[in-house]
Design a protein around this ligand. Sequence first.
Ligand code: KG4
Ligand code: ZN
Length: 346
Amino acid sequence: MNYEESARQKHQSALDSGEVILLAIETSCDETAAAVVRNGREILSNVVFSQIPLHTAYGGVVPEIASRSHVEKIGAVAAAALKEAGEEISGVAVTYGPGLVGALLVGVSFAKAYAYAKGLPLVAVHHIAGHVAANELSEAPPEKPYVCLVASGGHSHLLLVEESGFSVLAKTLDDAAGEALDKFARAIGLPYPGGPNLEKLAKEGTPSIKLPKASGKGDGLDLSFSGLKTAALTILRKNDNDAAFSRADLAASFQAAVVDALCTAAIEGAKRAGVKSVALAGGVAANTMLREELFARSCANGLAFHCPSMALCTDNAAMIGAEGYRLFMKGELAELSLNARATIPL
Ligand code: KG4
Ligand code: ZN
């Protein structure tokens, strides 16, 4: 039997049995991750190897180092996930973009080779759709339709999530939220990764410094972080030689401004879309202030609030297994000619 026949057969028999167990692979940036997920809901294993120590000395992710490390680790990470799950696999789901193309290629090549060797169906997952699907792994997932704020290192999108898929309600006009936090953290002298380190410094200060709002022009929901970033950097430079100046207060003020803009867009978007629930996703969703603030504002506006656990907000493969399941059930299988893509529209 050739590969295509075997993959089709295994896809059908998984659908017939009602038990779909996916091996999921994620290597879009600086985490080598593999997970095994049953029926898109139950995590049987979730292994993440973080490359953070490899990139710290450079102040950010070095694509070449990321790719090489993925090559070194992917086999062991996937083997660990498969061993821990100890179940027969029905298919392979893999992130094919967007992200660092060299890093993505490692996961895509591994997933294709594994699927081919075992005659398993392959599913290609959009990284951001994976972040959204992390909400499906909660005990009580949000009911569709809902509005999901995706804030990661490369994306700030407000999405309307429906049964049929999702549509973009708003996005950032310049930097992504995580990118703005990372750039500002770097300017203020904090090591990579910026977001979590800025959060730590912000806890030592108070948001007492007035900064411009990070909203786009007009009454749209789009965001723009460039004016906020420039204003904060100007204050930083002006106070460079002032020993009494509190960097912690500026960090707290900057973080509060980013959180305020994200929450305002999310709540307003939910109201305009007429949905009952708001959800968070993406690496920045690991930020405690953002989680607490959006929870509080959701409650105040009569909206249900959902957020994946911290570990499922930052890059992981379980979320790829959750989104992969949705595609598997729809019969949207990928071919072995699948390629990695640095950018893919949502
Ligand atoms: O989703 P993610 O892990 O990777 C991408 O797909 O980009 O998101 C990474 C982003 C980085 O910008 C990082 O600084 C930010 O998420 N991040 C945080 C926190 N943890 C990660 N930002 C603020 N507070 C955090 N605790
Ligand atoms: Zn991500």
